[in-house]
Ligand binder design. Structure first.
Ligand code: LMR
Length: 396
């Protein structure tokens, strides 16, 4: 029976990681997948994660199943991170959170929820966006529409075009926004633009959905929630997919959350019963360990402060690499202006490198970049900077 099956294309991001692993060249550089690397090129376990794990090892008494949405403590910790500890959304019980296997798991639950409960609506996705967004929403049978996001000339957000496109959305359509550190461009709306987008959603009766995977990587853990919190002031209903892969370095623990905000506690409870039945048929109930670590850190004042510092250290190192990258290209006599890289947020930048240039970088220099030209600045180090920039200079 299997002889009829044809091969699926490799994943544009994780497939590239496989290729990288199999590349025998010792000087290879991976700027494909969004994984934080320290100055030595490693992805270490955060010190706070190690401490929380030691506590958990002592405290854990069972490996019995969690409930379908995971623990209430985790749900609350996630909501406090999203909306602020004293948010009325939390005290009014308008938010409900289901722990999910990673940000992708949360997005998939959200997609099923939209498809099953909100009818034949479109999901509006920024152009460009994370390579997996289309696949996740399409897998739930949802129709996808794109709104403009990036101006290749100015290397900035094309805000007017985004508004123009979203103005054509129908009432009930879902607008997917990146909470911060837009993937792949690294360009986020300003506070004023967030406000305009929130008002547009209210006026056009659109449902905002946030993909929040990089909280803490732009300005800070609290500051990065600005866009979401502006929306929360104006929009009574919201969906949020959180990921703690990057900000807790818990990539392989698959820690995420799906949060819905409803007009009131009763509607939140009812809608959430549907979320639980969706999770039950996909993964039954979530894995415990990663979420227990996140809960432990966020609920312990000392660990939380130390964790925020660890996030700040990752953020600062990436920023330092942005500056060094721009400077090194300049020093090598590259005419093209890459100064925009310094202005962008988070792990990624849209380099403007063409598909051919990306292919040459891989073939000739063992430098791995996603085909769209997205580079993971988090993979740059002081030691790989010169060979990296020399390779880029050669293909430009
Ligand atoms: C990325 O964008 O590189 C990360 O979110 C990893 C992934 O799953 O694609």
């Amino acid at each position: 029976m299997f002889e009829k099956i044809s091969a699926a294309p490799a994943d544009p991001i994780l497939g590239l990681t496989e290729e990288f692993k199999n590349d025998p060249r010792s000087e290879k550089i991976n700027l494909g997948v969004g994984i934080y690397k320290n100055e030595s090129g490693n992805t270490p376990v955060l010190a706070t994660v190690k401490k929380a794990e030691a506590i958990l090892l002592e405290k854990e008494t069972t490996k019995s199943y969690l409930s379908i949405p995971g623990t209430a403590e985790y749900g609350l910790a996630v909501q406090q991170l999203l909306f602020g500890a004293d948010s009325s959304i939390i005290s009014d019980k308008r938010a409900k959170t289901a722990q999910a296997p990673g940000g992708t798991g949360a997005l998939r639950v959200a997609a099923e929820f939209i498809k099953r409960q909100l009818g034949d609506v479109k999901v509006w996705i920024s152009n460009p966006t994370w390579a997996n967004h289309n696949g996740v929403f399409a897998a739930a049978g949802l129709e996808i529409a794109q709104y403009s996001y990036y101006n290749a000339e100015t290397k900035n957000m094309d805000f007017d075009a985004a508004v123009t496109d979203l103005s054509t959305a129908a009432p009930g359509d879902v607008v997917l926004l990146h909470g911060c550190c837009h993937n792949p461009t690294g360009i986020d709306p300003t506070a004023e633009q967030w406000l305009q987008l929130a008002k547009l959603c209210v006026e056009k009766q659109l449902l905002p959905m946030f993909d929040f995977a990089y909280q803490g990587f732009a300005k800070g853990v609290e500051d990065d929630a600005e866009g979401l919190r502006i929306f929360a002031q104006y929009c009574e209903e919201l969906l949020i997919a959180s990921s703690f892969s990057k900000n807790f370095g818990l990539y392989n623990e698959r820690v995420g959350a799906f949060t819905l905000v409803a007009k009131n506690a009763e509607q939140a409870e009812t809608a959430f019963s549907q979320v639980k039945s969706i999770a039950r048929v996909i993964y039954s109930n979530p894995p415990a360990h990663g979420a227990a670590i996140v809960t432990e850190i966020l609920n312990d004042a000392a660990l939380r402060a130390e964790w925020e510092q660890e996030v700040a250290d990752m953020r600062d190192r990436i920023q330092e690499m942005r500056t060094l990258f721009v400077q090194t290209l300049k020093d090598l006599g590259v005419d093209a202006d890459f100064s925009f890289i310094e202005r962008q947020n988070g792990m990624f930048s849209f380099s403007g490198l063409s598909k051919d240039q990306v292919a040459r970088l891989k073939e000739e220099f063992a430098i791995y970049i996603v085909g769209s030209g997205r580079i993971s600045v988090a993979g740059m180090t002081k030691s790989n900077m010169l060979p990296l920039c020399k390779g880029i200079a050669a293909v430009l």
